[in-house]
Design a protein around this ligand. Structure first.
Ligand SMILES: [Zn+2]
Length: 176
């Protein structure tokens, strides 16, 4: 209730621990290629200011968070795109020794999910006060939004013919 700073998702998602294997499993797929880690880019800029000032160009990291200083070839590796709430870029670094890519994620972004922390906070606040999930969804993403998935559209995928059960049936048939 009103404890805005303790909202758990961004806090947990932003925890970076290269040494803890338990944490590492969250962002490492087995046998995947390079690992990806989000680092915090401390900034006072708002999302709009960051876009206008091309904040990703000013976002720098002096050393690899995983290796001893100077012991690896940590270097800048361009940027990657975030699409929500509007297209912007995030500075990226790479450590070839640890096969790890680092994104310098500005403070206003949510880590590991689209959008900004403000958007998530708004959603959480609405969810707390709304009588139903449907009403929250309507408030956050009205059905007339261009990318909205409405209840009217949903039954096509969740209706009578569920792909899971028909696959299960056919596999039973093929075994018997
Ligand atoms: Zn390194």
């Amino acid at each position: 209730m009103g404890e805005r700073k303790t909202f758990p998702v961004p806090a947990v998602a932003r925890t970076i621990s290269g040494r803890r294997k338990e944490a590492a499993r969250d962002w490492m797929a087995p046998d995947a290629g390079p690992r990806e880690v989000q680092l915090r880019f401390v900034t006072e800029l708002s999302f709009d200011e960051y876009r206008k000032q091309r904040g990703w160009e000013a976002a720098t990291s002096s050393r690899c968070p995983l290796c001893e200083a100077g012991s690896c070839h940590f270097h800048r590796l361009g940027t990657y795109m975030r699409k929500v709430p509007a297209v912007a870029w995030v500075a990226r670094y790479y450590c070839p020794e640890s096969h790890t890519t680092f994104g310098l994620l500005p403070d206003f972004y949510a880590s590991r999910m689209p959008g900004t922390l403000d958007m998530i906070e708004e959603a959480a606040t609405k969810a707390e006060s709304a009588p139903s999930v449907e009403m929250v969804a309507d408030a956050l993403r009205p059905a007339d939004a261009p990318d909205a998935v409405t209840l009217g559209a949903a039954p096509r995928s969740s209706g009578s013919g569920c792909g899971c059960s028909s696959r299960a049936r056919s596999s039973r048939r093929s075994r018997g």
